[in-house]
Design a protein around this ligand. Structure first.
Ligand SMILES: Cc1cc2nc3c(=O)[nH]c(=O)nc-3n(C[C@H](O)[C@H](O)[C@H](O)COP(=O)(O)OP(=O)(O)OC[C@H]3O[C@@H](n4cnc5c(N)ncnc54)[C@H](O)[C@@H]3O)c2cc1C
Length: 506
């Protein structure tokens, strides 16, 4: 392996000194993503990259990837760094490729209904660009403000618009990808963006940055609807709010978005923003179409909400909720850390799913809230989060929640989403025998495992020695289960917000 100083000089020769960082502070910023990891994780992984590189072109990305053959340093692609399970965090240091300088719209073709963007553009910036031109994205990932186009595609994300617009994968015409050998691949022919011929796009959707670095995406766009209207209701329980979402699916209605959030979420919000809605189990539904269609849909949604005793919120409150729809985790400021569990469950089991999430949270004596949204007519995303303070000795045990929630999702005929650094043990549960074929795809694209090696398929440690080089994925599952058991044994409940405790006693 070349020395780090030599590797640094080669990186600087490629990008210039202003786009390569190696200071302790900058490396620290990239040593975690949105999830909180206890300090003890540093014993297992080298979470700090050796260098951070900020390319501006596909060719520069290709040059960085080729340099890795000389330096033998691992490569970690990173977008907004808002993932939940360490996918964009190094496990053995190496070169972090931060894509956020590649944030331009390359081409917009209104007649062909397509837009080509660099992978580091955020969804919100892209949404704003299209809206100004009278167009919209069929699907906008839930975290549109922080998440980049490349990051959400690699995470297999879903979000706003999905019940009508379908999967985010279907919204991709084709991708430009730098493969691990430094060559550049277009995943489908431009003349055949519908993919009647070979279309490799789905291979990269949800690949968590293990098969190459996406540098550009050509996405389908739709015309902006004449009207989009959000309506919200407070329900007597979260299960009732969830039944309301299921009833929407069972009716002929196809909303733009439909989501629920538990009362606890609004207690956290209230602690931070006194003008937030009165804490309640709230569902919000957005419908779109012509003015008349929207009025019809709103009446139908009102009827369904009334059946579950939902009380309609004032338009000003609903409008504020809708405006803030991309900002879900302010509660993190109460505790300094937060862990989210992302699962897909059958729509028909949504009320059971939200109750299960509350039960698990309470058993583990955690503070947290439950959120869920419709993905399509069969599937809902169940996204509870819990607060944690990773500077407290017991902080890291909150990660046991993610393990228990994943187990529960599998029992409900669903599954957890996202593998990253520490949920790799779910891969086999999700894919069964297909797991070995997924591993074979990695070998074909990246035989030296230099891009995000030792993640999603196996759990590398920072140690190069045989026997210590990797942790068997079931070993990680056992570790997180022990965390859950310790959490349960903790004599006291977390108390990040006192009002939360009062709420529980009511
Ligand atoms: C408020 C909020 C809501 C969220 N809601 C959802 C949700 O509903 N569904 C969901 O799936 N996730 C959700 N997330 C998690 C996360 O935001 C998404 O997964 C997001 O799309 C990740 O985008 P990012 O740009 O931050 O990617 P990062 O976190 O930087 O990276 C994610 C993965 O993609 C890889 N990667 C990033 N860019 C590239 C690239 N250009 N080429 C190759 N690989 C790349 C990384 O190596 C990593 O494995 C949410 C997060 C927040 C904070």
């Amino acid at each position: 392996m070349a020395s780090l100083d030599y590797a640094y000089r080669r990186l600087v020769n490629t990008l210039g000194p202003e786009r390569v960082a190696r200071s302790e502070f900058e490396r620290m910023v990239y040593s975690h993503d949105f999830a909180s990891l206890p300090k003890v994780a540093l014993l297992q992984w080298k979470l700090y990259p050796d260098f951070v590189a900020l390319p501006q072109t596909t060719e520069e990305v290709a040059a960085l990837v080729k340099l890795s053959d000389e330096s033998l340093l691992q490569i970690t692609p990173r977008g907004g760094g808002t993932g939940w399970y360490g996918g964009s965090v190094p496990n053995r240091g190496g070169v972090m490729i931060d894509m956020r300088k590649m944030n331009h719209v390359v081409a917009f073709d209104p007649d062909g209904r397509k837009v080509t963007v660099e992978a580091g553009v955020t969804w919100k910036d892209l949404e704003d660009f299209l809206e100004a031109k009278g167009f919209a994205l069929p699907v906008v990932p839930v975290n549109a403000i922080g998440s980049t186009v490349g990051g959400a595609i690699n995470s297999g994300s879903s979000g706003f618009g999905a019940p009508r617009g379908g999967s985010l994968c279907d919204a991709i015409a084709f991708l430009k990808v730098v493969l691990p050998d430094g060559s550049i691949l277009k995943t489908a022919s431009e003349a055949d963006a519908d993919g009647h011929l070979a279309n490799l796009t789905p291979l990269f959707f949800g690949a968590e940055g293990t098969l190459g670095v996406i540098t550009e995406a050509t996405l389908r766009v739709v015309t902006k609807p004449e009207t989009l209207r959000a309506v919200a209701y407070a329900f007597p329980s979260l299960a009732a709010a969830a039944r309301f979402l299921t009833a929407i699916v069972d009716s002929a209605l196809v909303p733009y978005h439909a989501a629920v959030a538990s009362r606890d979420h609004f207690i956290f919000e209230r602690a931070l923003r006194p003008d937030s809605p009165d804490p309640a189990d709230i569902a919000i539904v957005a419908v779109q179409g012509s003015k008349d269609e929207v009025a019809d849909q709103e009446r139908s949604v009102d009827v369904l909400a009334a059946k579950e005793s939902g009380a309609k919120l004032a338009p000003a409150v609903t409008d504020a909720l809708w405006r803030e729809r991309y900002d879900n985790y302010s509660a993190r400021r109460l505790s300094r850390g937060l862990v989210t569990s992302y699962n897909l469950v059958p729509v028909g089991r949504l009320s059971e799913a939200v109750e299960t999430a509350i039960e698990i949270r309470d058993k583990l004596k955690l503070n947290g809230a439950v959120q869920a949204f419709l993905v399509d007519s069969t599937t809902a995303a169940l996204v509870p989060y819990v607060l944690m303070d990773d500077t407290r000795p017991s902080g890291g045990t909150a990660l046991g929640f993610v393990k228990r929630m994943g187990d529960a999702a599998f029992k409900m005929d669903g599954h957890s989403m996202g593998l990253g650094l520490f949920l790799v043990f779910n891969l086999r549960k999700m894919h069964g025998r297909a797991t070995s074929f997924i591993s074979s795809v990695k070998v074909v694209f990246d035989p030296r495992k230099k891009i995000n090696g030792g993640k999603t398929l196996e759990v590398w440690t920072k140690y190069p020695w045989p026997g210590l080089r990797a942790i068997p994925p079931p070993g990680m599952a056992v570790g997180l289960e022990i965390a859950a058991v310790l959490r349960r044994a903790k004599p006291t409940r977390d108390r990040f917000v006192r009002a939360y405790e009062h709420g529980k006693e009511e």
